[in-house]
Design a protein around this ligand. Structure first.
Ligand code: SF4
Length: 166
C-alpha cells in the first residue's frame, strides 16, 4: 500500500521522481519500486516499516535523518535538503473576476449552465453567468445570454433577476 508516509519515504530515498512529468508516471515508478523492494515471505513487514518510518522519522517538515536506519542509501539526505522532497504541487494563481449571474427559476427548478472549456471552472454546472468589465454591462449581457436558452426564448428574464457578484 502506498499511503502518504510510504510515498514520502520512497520518494526521498529513491530520488529523481520530481523529474517525471506527471502524477501517473510518478505513481507507476513508486509502485514498481515498492514491488522490487517487497521481496521475501513477509512483504507486509516492509510496508509496515516504511509507514512507521514516514510517521516517526521521515516527517514532511523536519526529517530526523541522523536517526534513520536507511540514511546511507537516501538520495534526499545526500542532497542536503531532504525536506524539499517530494516537491509540492504549485498552486495555480488566484484570478479575480466580476460576473453577473442570472437566476432563472420556473416552479421548483432553476436553470443551470455548464461552464465552457475556456473557463477556469470548465465542466462545472453553475448559474448562467457572464464575466463583466464594467459595473453597468452585466445585466444586459446576462439577458442577452439567457435569450439563447430554451427557458428564456419566450420571455427574457427581468433585470431584477440578475445579481452581481465578485
Ligand atoms: S534519511 Fe532522512 S529523508 Fe531519507 S528516508 Fe531517512 S529520514 Fe527520510
Amino acid at each position: 500500500m502506498l499511503d502518504g508516509n510510504v510515498r514520502r519515504v520512497l520518494t526521498r530515498v529513491a530520488g529523481g521522481l520530481d523529474e517525471l512529468p506527471d502524477e501517473t508516471s510518478r505513481d507507476k515508478y513508486l509502485w514498481e519500486l515498492a514491488a522490487r523492494l517487497a521481496r521475501g515471505p513477509r512483504p507486509g513487514d516492509l510496508n509496515q516499516a516504511l509507514m512507521e518510518l514516514g510517521a516517526t522519522l521521515c516527517t514532511p517538515r523536519a526529517p530526523a535523518c541522523p536517526d534513520c536506519p536507511i540514511v546511507a542509501r537516501c538520495l534526499a539526505k545526500a542532497s542536503g535538503e531532504p525536506e524539499r522532497w517530494p516537491r509540492r504541487a504549485e498552486r495555480p494563481a488566484i484570478v479575480e473576476a466580476r460576473a453577473t449571474v442570472a437566476v432563472l427559476a420556473r416552479g421548483r427548478s432553476v436553470l443551470l449552465a455548464r461552464r465552457s472549456e475556456s473557463s477556469p471552472l470548465r465542466g462545472d454546472w453553475d448559474l448562467p453567468a457572464v464575466e463583466i468589465r464594467s459595473s453597468t454591462g452585466g445585466p444586459r449581457l446576462c439577458r442577452e445570454r439567457s435569450r439563447s436558452t430554451a427557458w428564456s426564448s419566450n420571455s427574457a428574464p427581468p433585470a431584477s433577476c440578475c445579481a452581481t457578484r465578485s
